[in-house]
Design a protein around this ligand. Structure first.
Ligand SMILES: *Cc1c(COP(=O)(O)O)cnc(C)c1O
Length: 396
């Protein structure tokens, strides 16, 4: 019997979809023939579609999610880049991608890290409240792994306290959440500004780097348009900015992917539901919370200890199932960020960095892949639990 092919951690949906591939290839040829390669009609059309999706909020396409975060803060006047103060503070999770902290620093503001709640991956409202000080200007809310459930409460909190809310929807593009009054809205429409990333592994992925901003206030969108293109408007440079323009090629490809996004998102949710149903009672394994509206960018399980997490990753690799650790260190442990941390204990973020493991979940997984992952996980978990319990050097 030939062994089944290995299941990678991520595979582009285009590879297995000849129709989409042909469509995208034609679109690329059209752009190449047009001779307009940057901030042209493709970008404008893509911005308009993103805007329609996000309650008509004005959308500004940029060249990465990282830039989107930094320009969101600068546009709102948080940090020196946007004319704010060098001691402006932005509250953000300790357990997230490093780009979040980089963006705060690049905007010329100070990051203040908050710990995850005792259950799940997101910080609680109470943690934000405890971290808030006189200099707090903004909250950076990250819809980690696709979970947008914290946004309604944070939006209400920020309104009440007069703080800007910047949503990092890099991982929860397309997710929705419901406020206590029953209104359900998409991620990106709760705060003052939202930053999107279209890095290939995100829920809407480009064939390269791209990002976008959405704003509640059209004046902010105008400012962000200036900032992404050297402050340029008409024949003048009205302010200093940078080059964060989106390519026509990426916009054309993303626009095609956006049309297929509802099916891709439905497929992610279907796969997550199958994993959650199959693995309910596995000892030693904590499954991610299944919030309504979750976009399931990543399916992240948590083990009891680091040795068990690493042993599970090894056992799955032996079975041909690739995994990844998001994130191996909380932000306060990064060499470049540790000196900025105020020293408050953030134990949950440390625990999760040691014990969490992301399993493959993406629309290009076929039913055979999914069934194999479902069958292999409990077996690998058994091996991992035994391996982690066996002292090094002892007979197995
Ligand atoms: C991917 C990501 C970013 C950065 O996006 P890029 O497009 O890669 O620059 C920011 N925040 C989070 C949470 C992300 O996952």
């Amino acid at each position: 019997m030939t062994p089944a092919a290995a299941i990678p951690f991520f595979r582009s949906p285009v590879r297995d979809d000849p129709e989409m591939l042909a469509h995208m290839t034609r679109a690329c040829a059209d752009v190449l023939r047009s001779g307009v390669y940057v901030l042209g009609p493709q970008v404008h059309a893509f911005e308009a579609s993103l805007s329609a999706m996000h309650d008509g909020r004005e959308v500004v396409a940029v060249n990465s999610g990282s830039d989107a975060l930094c320009l969101a803060l600068a546009t709102l006047g948080v940090g020196t880049l946007g004319g704010g103060g060098a001691d402006d503070e932005v509250i953000l999770p300790a357990y997230t991608f490093v780009a979040c902290a980089e963006a705060v620093l690049a905007a010329g503001a100070r990051p203040v890290f908050v710990d995850c709640a005792t259950s799940g991956f997101l910080p609680s409202l109470e943690a934000h409240h405890a971290a808030r000080g006189e200099r707090t200007r903004a909250v950076l809310a990250v819809g980690l792994f696709g979970d947008a459930s914290a946004l309604p409460a944070l939006a209400a909190y920020c309104r009440q306290k007069g703080l800007w809310l910047v949503e990092d929807i890099a991982q929860c593009f397309g997710a929705s959440s419901t406020a206590p009054d029953g209104t359900t809205r998409l991620a990106g429409t709760w705060g003052d500004a939202a930053a999107m990333s279209f890095y290939p592994t995100k829920t809407l992925g480009a064939a390269g780097d791209a990002g976008a901003l959405a704003f509640a206030d059209a004046r902010h969108a105008r400012q962000a348009r200036l900032l992404r293109n050297h402050g340029h408007e008409g024949n003048e440079h009205l302010c200093l900015g940078r080059n964060s323009r989106m390519d026509e090629l990426q916009a054309a490809l993303l626009h095609i992917a956006l049309a297929a996004f509802p099916q891709a998102l439905a497929r992610r949710r279907e796969i997550a539901a199958r994993y959650l149903a199959a693995w309910t009672a596995l000892p030693g394994l904590t499954l991610p919370h299944d919030h309504a509206g979750h976009a399931w960018n990543y399916f992240v399980v948590t083990l009891g200890a680091r040795a068990q997490r690493d042993a599970l990753a090894d056992a799955l690799a032996k079975e041909g199932v690739a995994t990844r650790v998001y994130y191996p260190a909380p932000l306060q442990h990064h060499r470049a960020l540790a000196p900025l941390h105020d020293g408050r204990a953030l134990p949950r973020s440390e625990h999760l960095a040691q014990c969490s493991l992301a399993l493959p979940l993406y629309p290009a997984l076929n039913d055979d892949d999914i069934n194999r992952i479902i069958d292999v996980l409990p077996v690998a978990l058994g091996h991992a639990t035994r391996a982690a319990a066996t002292p090094a050097g002892a007979a197995p």
